[in-house]
Design a protein around this ligand. Structure first.
Ligand code: IPE
Ligand code: IPE
Ligand code: MG
Length: 262
Protein backbone atom coordinates (compact mmCIF):
# COMPACT_ATOMS: atom_id res chain seq x y z
CA UNK A 1 0.00 0.00 0.00
CA UNK A 2 1.34 3.47 -0.91
CA UNK A 3 2.77 5.32 2.11
CA UNK A 4 0.44 8.33 1.68
CA UNK A 5 -2.68 6.16 1.64
CA UNK A 6 -1.44 4.25 4.63
CA UNK A 7 -1.01 7.53 6.47
CA UNK A 8 -4.56 8.65 5.62
CA UNK A 9 -5.93 5.31 6.80
CA UNK A 10 -3.98 5.48 10.06
CA UNK A 11 -5.12 9.05 10.65
CA UNK A 12 -8.77 8.05 10.07
CA UNK A 13 -8.46 5.00 12.28
CA UNK A 14 -7.00 7.10 15.07
CA UNK A 15 -10.23 9.13 15.11
CA UNK A 16 -12.28 6.01 15.92
CA UNK A 17 -12.91 5.44 19.61
CA UNK A 18 -12.81 1.84 20.75
CA UNK A 19 -15.65 2.05 23.28
CA UNK A 20 -18.31 3.00 20.72
CA UNK A 21 -17.88 0.47 17.93
CA UNK A 22 -21.19 -0.74 16.46
CA UNK A 23 -21.81 -4.45 17.02
CA UNK A 24 -23.65 -4.79 13.72
CA UNK A 25 -23.23 -2.80 10.51
CA UNK A 26 -25.53 -3.39 7.54
CA UNK A 27 -24.65 -2.28 4.02
CA UNK A 28 -26.67 -1.73 0.85
CA UNK A 29 -23.92 -2.22 -1.73
CA UNK A 30 -25.23 -0.04 -4.54
CA UNK A 31 -23.87 1.62 -7.67
CA UNK A 32 -22.03 -1.22 -9.44
CA UNK A 33 -23.88 -0.59 -12.71
CA UNK A 34 -23.23 3.16 -12.73
CA UNK A 35 -19.59 2.59 -11.81
CA UNK A 36 -19.22 0.27 -14.81
CA UNK A 37 -20.92 2.78 -17.09
CA UNK A 38 -18.56 5.47 -15.84
CA UNK A 39 -15.71 3.22 -16.97
CA UNK A 40 -17.36 2.47 -20.32
CA UNK A 41 -17.89 -1.18 -19.40
CA UNK A 42 -20.88 -3.55 -19.12
CA UNK A 43 -22.72 -3.68 -15.77
CA UNK A 44 -21.24 -7.07 -14.87
CA UNK A 45 -17.79 -5.45 -14.80
CA UNK A 46 -19.10 -3.32 -11.93
CA UNK A 47 -20.36 -6.35 -10.02
CA UNK A 48 -16.98 -8.05 -10.44
CA UNK A 49 -15.19 -5.00 -9.09
CA UNK A 50 -17.61 -4.82 -6.17
CA UNK A 51 -16.11 -8.03 -4.77
CA UNK A 52 -12.89 -6.20 -3.92
CA UNK A 53 -14.91 -3.74 -1.82
CA UNK A 54 -16.50 -6.63 0.08
CA UNK A 55 -13.02 -7.88 0.91
CA UNK A 56 -11.86 -4.43 1.99
CA UNK A 57 -14.90 -3.66 4.09
CA UNK A 58 -14.98 -7.03 5.83
CA UNK A 59 -11.31 -6.65 6.69
CA UNK A 60 -11.91 -3.13 8.03
CA UNK A 61 -14.93 -4.25 10.04
CA UNK A 62 -13.11 -7.20 11.58
CA UNK A 63 -10.15 -4.96 12.39
CA UNK A 64 -12.42 -2.63 14.39
CA UNK A 65 -14.02 -5.50 16.28
CA UNK A 66 -17.42 -5.28 14.60
CA UNK A 67 -19.21 -8.56 15.22
CA UNK A 68 -21.79 -8.66 12.41
CA UNK A 69 -21.54 -7.29 8.90
CA UNK A 70 -24.69 -7.75 6.81
CA UNK A 71 -24.34 -7.18 3.07
CA UNK A 72 -27.32 -6.77 0.77
CA UNK A 73 -26.17 -8.76 -2.25
CA UNK A 74 -29.40 -9.64 -4.08
CA UNK A 75 -32.95 -8.51 -3.40
CA UNK A 76 -36.14 -10.37 -4.32
CA UNK A 77 -36.78 -7.44 -6.69
CA UNK A 78 -33.45 -8.00 -8.47
CA UNK A 79 -34.99 -11.01 -10.31
CA UNK A 80 -36.66 -8.35 -12.47
CA UNK A 81 -33.32 -7.41 -14.04
CA UNK A 82 -32.37 -8.75 -17.49
CA UNK A 83 -31.75 -12.52 -17.35
CA UNK A 84 -28.18 -12.03 -18.54
CA UNK A 85 -27.36 -9.86 -15.52
CA UNK A 86 -29.18 -12.14 -13.06
CA UNK A 87 -27.28 -15.17 -14.39
CA UNK A 88 -23.99 -13.31 -14.23
CA UNK A 89 -24.70 -12.32 -10.62
CA UNK A 90 -25.50 -15.92 -9.66
CA UNK A 91 -22.32 -17.18 -11.34
CA UNK A 92 -20.28 -14.47 -9.64
CA UNK A 93 -21.82 -15.46 -6.33
CA UNK A 94 -20.74 -19.09 -6.69
CA UNK A 95 -17.23 -18.15 -7.88
CA UNK A 96 -16.73 -15.57 -5.16
CA UNK A 97 -17.98 -17.77 -2.35
CA UNK A 98 -15.71 -20.63 -3.44
CA UNK A 99 -12.72 -18.35 -3.79
CA UNK A 100 -13.22 -16.43 -0.56
CA UNK A 101 -13.66 -19.30 1.90
CA UNK A 102 -9.92 -19.54 2.49
CA UNK A 103 -9.68 -15.82 3.26
CA UNK A 104 -12.71 -15.99 5.54
CA UNK A 105 -11.09 -18.83 7.45
CA UNK A 106 -7.77 -17.00 7.59
CA UNK A 107 -9.52 -13.95 9.06
CA UNK A 108 -11.68 -16.06 11.39
CA UNK A 109 -14.90 -14.81 9.75
CA UNK A 110 -18.03 -16.91 9.75
CA UNK A 111 -20.44 -16.77 6.81
CA UNK A 112 -24.22 -16.80 7.16
CA UNK A 113 -27.09 -15.97 4.83
CA UNK A 114 -30.56 -14.49 5.14
CA UNK A 115 -33.25 -14.56 2.46
CA UNK A 116 -35.26 -17.09 0.51
CA UNK A 117 -32.25 -19.25 -0.28
CA UNK A 118 -34.43 -22.14 -1.50
CA UNK A 119 -35.19 -20.15 -4.65
CA UNK A 120 -31.55 -19.68 -5.66
CA UNK A 121 -30.08 -21.90 -8.42
CA UNK A 122 -28.84 -25.25 -7.08
CA UNK A 123 -25.18 -24.41 -7.74
CA UNK A 124 -25.44 -21.21 -5.71
CA UNK A 125 -27.25 -22.99 -2.88
CA UNK A 126 -24.62 -25.73 -2.71
CA UNK A 127 -21.67 -23.33 -2.77
CA UNK A 128 -23.33 -21.23 -0.09
CA UNK A 129 -24.18 -24.19 2.14
CA UNK A 130 -20.61 -25.48 1.88
CA UNK A 131 -19.07 -22.09 2.70
CA UNK A 132 -21.42 -21.69 5.68
CA UNK A 133 -20.43 -25.13 6.92
CA UNK A 134 -16.71 -24.61 6.28
CA UNK A 135 -16.64 -21.31 8.23
CA UNK A 136 -19.04 -22.33 11.02
CA UNK A 137 -16.28 -22.50 13.67
CA UNK A 138 -15.00 -18.96 13.07
CA UNK A 139 -15.83 -16.43 15.76
CA UNK A 140 -14.11 -13.12 15.08
CA UNK A 141 -16.95 -11.74 12.98
CA UNK A 142 -20.05 -12.99 11.17
CA UNK A 143 -20.61 -11.88 7.58
CA UNK A 144 -24.29 -12.18 6.72
CA UNK A 145 -25.14 -12.21 3.02
CA UNK A 146 -28.66 -11.06 2.23
CA UNK A 147 -29.51 -13.15 -0.82
CA UNK A 148 -32.91 -13.19 -2.46
CA UNK A 149 -33.83 -11.17 0.60
CA UNK A 150 -36.56 -8.64 1.12
CA UNK A 151 -37.97 -7.35 4.35
CA UNK A 152 -41.57 -7.78 3.23
CA UNK A 153 -40.85 -11.43 2.36
CA UNK A 154 -39.28 -11.91 5.81
CA UNK A 155 -42.13 -10.22 7.69
CA UNK A 156 -44.82 -12.07 5.73
CA UNK A 157 -43.11 -15.35 6.54
CA UNK A 158 -42.92 -14.40 10.22
CA UNK A 159 -46.66 -13.57 10.30
CA UNK A 160 -47.52 -16.91 8.66
CA UNK A 161 -45.29 -18.85 11.11
CA UNK A 162 -46.77 -17.08 14.13
CA UNK A 163 -50.36 -17.52 12.89
CA UNK A 164 -49.72 -21.26 12.37
CA UNK A 165 -48.41 -21.64 15.91
CA UNK A 166 -51.46 -19.85 17.32
CA UNK A 167 -53.79 -21.99 15.23
CA UNK A 168 -52.09 -25.17 16.46
CA UNK A 169 -52.33 -23.93 20.06
CA UNK A 170 -48.54 -23.80 20.37
CA UNK A 171 -48.56 -20.07 21.00
CA UNK A 172 -50.96 -17.99 23.03
CA UNK A 173 -52.32 -14.97 21.12
CA UNK A 174 -51.91 -12.81 24.21
CA UNK A 175 -48.21 -13.62 24.48
CA UNK A 176 -47.30 -12.13 21.11
CA UNK A 177 -44.97 -9.21 21.66
CA UNK A 178 -41.99 -7.63 19.87
CA UNK A 179 -39.65 -10.38 21.02
CA UNK A 180 -41.89 -13.06 19.47
CA UNK A 181 -41.76 -11.25 16.13
CA UNK A 182 -37.98 -10.80 16.38
CA UNK A 183 -37.59 -14.54 17.00
CA UNK A 184 -39.43 -15.32 13.77
CA UNK A 185 -37.22 -13.20 11.56
CA UNK A 186 -34.29 -14.45 9.48
CA UNK A 187 -32.05 -12.37 11.76
CA UNK A 188 -33.32 -14.01 14.96
CA UNK A 189 -29.87 -14.64 16.41
CA UNK A 190 -28.39 -11.31 15.35
CA UNK A 191 -28.72 -7.98 17.16
CA UNK A 192 -30.24 -5.08 15.20
CA UNK A 193 -27.72 -3.00 13.22
CA UNK A 194 -26.64 0.21 14.93
CA UNK A 195 -25.54 1.53 11.55
CA UNK A 196 -26.77 1.23 7.96
CA UNK A 197 -24.53 2.32 5.10
CA UNK A 198 -25.83 2.83 1.56
CA UNK A 199 -23.50 3.73 -1.27
CA UNK A 200 -24.15 5.42 -4.64
CA UNK A 201 -26.22 8.38 -3.47
CA UNK A 202 -29.60 6.61 -3.35
CA UNK A 203 -31.59 7.63 -0.29
CA UNK A 204 -33.86 4.65 0.26
CA UNK A 205 -33.99 1.29 2.02
CA UNK A 206 -35.15 -0.83 -0.96
CA UNK A 207 -36.96 -3.38 1.21
CA UNK A 208 -33.95 -4.07 3.45
CA UNK A 209 -34.27 -4.96 7.17
CA UNK A 210 -37.28 -2.68 7.77
CA UNK A 211 -37.95 -4.04 11.27
CA UNK A 212 -34.30 -4.31 12.29
CA UNK A 213 -33.38 -0.78 11.14
CA UNK A 214 -36.09 0.85 13.27
CA UNK A 215 -33.52 2.74 15.36
CA UNK A 216 -30.36 2.46 13.26
CA UNK A 217 -28.21 5.40 12.29
CA UNK A 218 -28.23 5.93 8.53
CA UNK A 219 -25.14 6.83 6.52
CA UNK A 220 -25.38 7.68 2.84
CA UNK A 221 -22.45 8.33 0.55
CA UNK A 222 -22.30 9.20 -3.16
CA UNK A 223 -19.38 6.79 -3.64
CA UNK A 224 -20.25 3.84 -5.88
CA UNK A 225 -19.79 0.46 -4.24
CA UNK A 226 -16.69 -0.61 -6.27
CA UNK A 227 -14.94 2.58 -5.05
CA UNK A 228 -15.99 2.05 -1.44
CA UNK A 229 -12.99 0.91 0.57
CA UNK A 230 -11.49 0.73 4.05
CA UNK A 231 -11.02 4.48 4.18
CA UNK A 232 -14.67 5.08 3.26
CA UNK A 233 -15.76 2.54 5.85
CA UNK A 234 -13.73 4.24 8.58
CA UNK A 235 -15.36 7.55 7.58
CA UNK A 236 -18.79 5.97 8.05
CA UNK A 237 -17.82 4.74 11.54
CA UNK A 238 -16.47 8.18 12.46
CA UNK A 239 -19.79 9.71 11.36
CA UNK A 240 -21.67 7.09 13.41
CA UNK A 241 -19.61 7.92 16.48
CA UNK A 242 -20.50 11.61 16.16
CA UNK A 243 -24.25 10.87 16.46
CA UNK A 244 -26.24 11.13 19.62
CA UNK A 245 -28.54 8.10 19.83
CA UNK A 246 -31.45 9.32 21.91
CA UNK A 247 -33.99 6.47 21.56
CA UNK A 248 -36.84 8.89 22.28
CA UNK A 249 -35.18 10.54 25.28
CA UNK A 250 -33.91 14.10 25.50
CA UNK A 251 -30.30 15.05 25.08
CA UNK A 252 -30.21 16.28 28.70
CA UNK A 253 -31.34 12.88 29.99
CA UNK A 254 -28.49 11.19 28.15
CA UNK A 255 -25.93 13.63 29.54
CA UNK A 256 -27.17 13.22 33.11
CA UNK A 257 -27.07 9.42 32.70
CA UNK A 258 -23.43 9.61 31.64
CA UNK A 259 -22.51 11.84 34.54
CA UNK A 260 -24.23 9.41 36.95
CA UNK A 261 -21.92 6.64 35.78
CA UNK A 262 -18.79 8.76 36.16
C1 IPE B 1 -25.75 -2.99 -6.67
O1 IPE B 1 -25.40 -2.27 -7.80
C2 IPE B 1 -25.62 -4.48 -6.87
C3 IPE B 1 -26.87 -5.22 -6.93
C4 IPE B 1 -28.08 -4.72 -6.79
C5 IPE B 1 -26.76 -6.64 -7.16
P1 IPE B 1 -26.45 -2.00 -8.94
O2 IPE B 1 -26.36 -3.10 -9.93
O3 IPE B 1 -27.80 -1.75 -8.40
O4 IPE B 1 -25.87 -0.66 -9.60
P2 IPE B 1 -26.67 0.59 -10.11
O5 IPE B 1 -27.57 1.03 -8.99
O6 IPE B 1 -27.46 0.15 -11.30
O7 IPE B 1 -25.63 1.60 -10.44
C1 IPE C 1 -30.72 -2.76 -3.54
O1 IPE C 1 -30.13 -2.16 -4.65
C2 IPE C 1 -30.41 -4.22 -3.52
C3 IPE C 1 -29.00 -4.57 -3.39
C4 IPE C 1 -28.01 -3.77 -3.15
C5 IPE C 1 -28.75 -5.97 -3.52
P1 IPE C 1 -30.97 -1.88 -5.97
O2 IPE C 1 -30.08 -1.14 -6.87
O3 IPE C 1 -31.57 -3.12 -6.48
O4 IPE C 1 -32.13 -0.94 -5.40
P2 IPE C 1 -33.19 -0.03 -6.14
O5 IPE C 1 -33.99 -0.92 -7.03
O6 IPE C 1 -32.45 0.99 -6.94
O7 IPE C 1 -34.00 0.58 -5.06
MG1 MG D 1 -28.72 -0.08 -7.74
Amino acid sequence: MPVVLNKVLKELKSQIVSNNIPVHVAVVMDGNGRWAKQHGKPRVFGHKNGVKSIRDVSEAAAELGIKYLTLYAFSTENWNRPALEVNALMTLLVETIRKEVATLNKNNIRLQAIGDISRLPEKSRKALAKAIEDTAQNNMMTMVLALNYSSKWELTKAVIDIAKQVKENKLDLGSIDESVITRHLATKDIPDPELLIRTSGELRLSNFLLWQLAYSELYFTDTYWPDFNKEEFFKAIISYQSRERRFGKTSEQLISNTSNIN
